[in-house]
Design a protein around this ligand. Structure first.
Ligand SMILES: Cc1cc2nc3c(=O)[nH]c(=O)nc-3n(C[C@H](O)[C@H](O)[C@H](O)COP(=O)(O)O)c2cc1C
Length: 208
């Protein structure tokens, strides 16, 4: 049985473009994988704590973790277990100030753990432990960041997510970008006309 991890990180709810498109992806994925299981992780509904001193001490200590450190690592353990059990990840990501939202960075800090999601060897060799996973990122941004755009070098979302999840072992990554999303907020296009063709493309990705 296949498992999909569905993660959203937009601060918006009903009007969020990325949430609408991950929902369409999940629906299509369920149709394509009857009996498949979906794990939902909403970083706004259930915020992930920032790593703190106890967390860091627990991860980097050579001694067995104390009860306090184990407690500080409990969220990280739970998030990593989800990543390990899932076969496919779909992440809804809004671009905020050319980068990822802070809630997603807090999540990445929790899941990037020596011995759990990555191994380091001498000579700057790293071995990511999230092997054999498929990842689809649905990025919503107000502008457009294609290769022909003057804003292309300002897209720090895709290179960052490719780098960090690549470091963690994910090789099969697809990025789908809903650009000009602010046209909806500014009333240049109505939400349904904007979203409908994108939903169809996202559904095709989920079924592929
Ligand atoms: C705090 C904030 C910062 C933003 N920064 C950018 C940006 O740097 N570049 C961009 O193209 N759009 C930016 N936008 C526009 C969002 O990316 C756009 O509204 C997108 O639809 C957000 O995703 P969502 O609809 O899923 O919430 C920003 C929006 C917010 C709220």
């Amino acid at each position: 049985m296949l498992t999909l991890l569905h993660l959203d990180s937009s601060s918006r709810g009903a009007r969020s473009i990325s949430r609408d498109l991950t929902r369409a992806f999940v629906d299509a994925w369920k149709t394509a994988h009857p009996g498949g299981e979906v794990i939902t992780r909403d970083l706004l509904a259930t915020p992930v704590p920032f790593v703190d001193e106890t967390w860091v001490a627990g991860v980097f200590s050579l001694l067995p973790a104390t009860a306090e450190q184990r407690q500080a690592l409990a969220v990280s353990d739970e998030l990593i277990a989800e990543l390990k059990v899932a076969d496919h990840y779909v992440f809804g990501v809004p671009m905020y100030n050319f980068g990822i939202p802070a809630v997603l960075k807090a999540y990445i800090d929790q899941i990037t753990r020596l011995g759990k999601t990555v191994l380091l060897a001498p000579g700057n060799i790293s071995v990511g432990l999230l092997r054999g996973k498929k990842m689809t990122v649905i990025l919503a941004c107000g502008g457009t960041y294609g290769p022909e755009s003057v804003l292309a070098p300002c897209n720090f979302v895709e290179p960052y997510l490719r780098t960090i999840f690549g470091f963690l072992g994910v090789k099969d990554m697809t990025f789908f970008t809903a650009d000009h999303a602010s046209d909806v907020a500014f009333g240049k296009i109505d939400a349904e006309s904007y979203l409908q063709p994108l939903r169809e493309q996202v559904c095709a990705l989920a079924q592929g």
